[in-house]
Design a protein around this ligand. Structure first.
Ligand code: ITT
Ligand code: NA
Length: 200
């Protein structure tokens, strides 16, 4: 069966393909860019789970195929959880623009390491054309660096150093990141649900 990856974020798509393949999912995975005629849904939810469900339902309804979506972001303790669901547009420009990360670093200034706790969060949603839905979440806790390091991954990866690591997410290999990441955790938890729901 074909499974839609209801996202246009190339970094997410690369990671999702690896995570789902490693988990033994044998569906044909197709990104939202394969359906250019389908407009992007407005992310009007106030939680990652709500936005992930909105994106998954929009693609499932429009294509008549099962769809999974990822809504994710960086939540900084000292900023009360911001940027959170606004991570992709924190500086006003979208997505993998380093302006987002630079603005966040400027906002944190020289706050000491013990006050730089943060986590990545990911909600993984599945929607079927008949309206069936599931959503699960994953988290990766860590500390924010004062300067970016590394070239891997995407988004805020160069500034998040996971707990127990000496490297940032952007200095991990793709496999190392997927093994511990918010996205890896969420989508690995979704795989048994995908198997069950798509089989039955
Ligand atoms: P789609 O809605 O098309 O999936 P998007 O990039 O707009 O793409 P989100 O609204 O979920 O997706 O925003 C997620 C943002 O959070 C993303 O652009 C990054 O800035 C950040 N982010 C999420 N996961 C990340 C990760 O694994 N590493 C670094 N930054 C991440
Ligand atoms: Na979002």
């Amino acid at each position: 069966t074909r499974l839609i990856l209801a996202t246009r974020n190339a970094g997410k798509i690369t990671e999702l393909r690896a995570i789902l393949a490693d988990a033994g999912l044998d569906h044909e995975l197709v990104g939202a860019d394969a359906y250019p005629e389908i407009p992007d849904v407005k992310e009007t939810g106030v939680t990652f789970a709500e936005n992930a469900l909105l994106k998954a339902h929009a693609l499932a309804q429009a294509t008549g195929l099962p769809a999974v979506a990822d809504d994710s972001g960086l939540c900084v303790d000292v900023l009360g959880g911001a940027p959170g669901i606004f991570s992709a547009r924190w500086s006003g420009t979208h997505g993998d623009d380093p302006a987002n990360l630079e603005l966040l670093l400027a906002q944190l200034g020289d706050i000491a390491p013990e006050h730089r706790a943060a986590h990545f969060a990911c909600a993984a949603a599945l929607a079927l054309p008949d309206g069936t839905e599931r959503v699960v979440e994953g988290r990766l806790r860590g500390t924010l660096r004062t300067a970016p390091a590394g070239t891997g991954g995407f988004g805020y990866d160069p500034i998040l150093q996971p707990e127990g690591e000496t490297r940032t997410c952007a200095e991990l290999s793709a496999a190392e990141k997927n093994a511990i990441s918010h996205r890896g955790q969420a989508f690995r938890a979704l795989v048994p649900v995908l198997r069950e729901v798509l089989a039955g």
